[in-house]
Design a protein around this ligand. Structure first.
Ligand SMILES: *[C@@H]1O[C@H](CO)[C@@H](O)[C@H](O)[C@H]1NC(C)=O
Ligand SMILES: *[C@@H]1O[C@H](CO)[C@@H](O)[C@H](O)[C@H]1NC(C)=O
Length: 293
């Protein structure tokens, strides 16, 4: 057997191992950060290749660049005509590192170009980040319009679970900052304001979202409440993770980590098993043939 003939089965085993690990590993966290949540575009469109178009490109480029260093940023590109002045901002969820944040914002900006093609204003939220631009200033304007209200599967009337949710949400409400996390029992909750809100506006927005989320999704496996300038979400732990049905991708935090670790371990076990099989196969081949050297 020549050297080149022997290399072939080995590389195909490597590809196979990689394949088995990839299949058993659930979507990476960066994939779920890209999961679409909502978008909106103005009806009014700008003229392609106009000063408006180039100002918008400039603005979106600045947002993407800034996301490498901060989790929130706002920019204004002044037009030579007032209607060509464009305002834009991005907000990453507070737990994202700068690499994930910039990747998330870049992804959203490119999707905006498709979903809000030539629209004067647009906004798009994915799991990890939010981007909005318009030629009408919206900085510092508190907007409590309900954009997304979604609940998971019902968990019945488990009093302990309901108490856990109340405690977790109360903790979020009494915390401070634009990004808040809290947990109680098997409930994990997260809140995020867009960074242009003042401290009191952010508090008001989160309190409002908490109230709406509790009344809409109290006895459910998970709940998402997105207002235009803040959101509050919760998910219940492993005990309820299987009940989520098609909402599974919305659960986040500890469950995902546990699942991921488990999948990696299973992947590694599969890899080792395959390696042993391969070595056995090689040995058999070597015994039958005229030696492997
Ligand atoms: C936004 O841009 C559009 C298109 O150029 C223009 O018709 C509209 O008046 C502008 N809005 C503002 C608030 O400047
Ligand atoms: C916009 O960004 C500037 C500079 O980073 C900052 O000083 C200002 O507070 C921001 N304004 C709003 C409304 O977020």
């Amino acid at each position: 057997m020549s050297a080149s003939e022997r290399r072939l089965p080995f590389s195909s085993v490597l590809i196979f191992l990689y394949g088995s690990v990839a299949i058993l590993t659930p979507p990476s966290s960066s994939a779920s950060l890209d999961t679409f949540v909502f978008y909106g575009c103005t009806v009014q469109k700008y003229i392609p290749n106009s000063p408006y178009a180039s100002n918008l490109n400039l603005l979106l480029g600045r947002l993407v660049a800034a996301a490498t260093t901060a989790s929130y940023g706002n920019f204004t590109v002044l037009g030579s005509a007032p209607q060509d002045t464009i305002y834009g901002l991005y907000q990453c969820q507070g737990d994202l590192n700068s690499g994930d944040c910039s990747q998330c914002v870049a992804g959203v900006v490119s999707r905006l170009g498709t979903v809000c093609s030539d629209a004067c204003g647009g906004a798009l939220q994915v799991e990890g980040c939010f981007v909005k631009y318009d030629n009408k200033s919206f900085f510092g304007v508190e907007d409590k319009t309900v954009v997304v209200k979604k609940c998971g599967a019902s968990i019945g009337s488990d009093v302990d679970a309901l108490t856990g949710l109340d405690a977790a949400l109360a903790y979020l409400g009494s915390s401070s900052g634009t990004y808040r996390t809290g947990g109680s029992g098997d409930v994990r909750a997260v809140a995020q304001c867009v960074g242009d809100l003042s401290v009191s506006e952010c508090q008001d927005c989160i309190s409002d979202a908490i109230g709406r989320l509790k009344s809409a999704c109290g006895p459910f496996a998970w709940g998402d409440l997105f207002l235009a300038k803040c959101y509050v979400r919760f998910t219940r732990g492993a005990a309820h993770a299987q009940d989520n049905g098609n909402g599974n991708e919305d659960s986040k935090g500890n469950d995902n980590e546990t699942n991921k670790t488990l999948a990696i371990i299973i992947g590694l076990i599969a890899a080792v098993a395959l390696l042993i099989l391969f070595i056995t196969y090689l040995n058999k081949k070597c015994e039958k043939g005229k030696g492997c050297k």
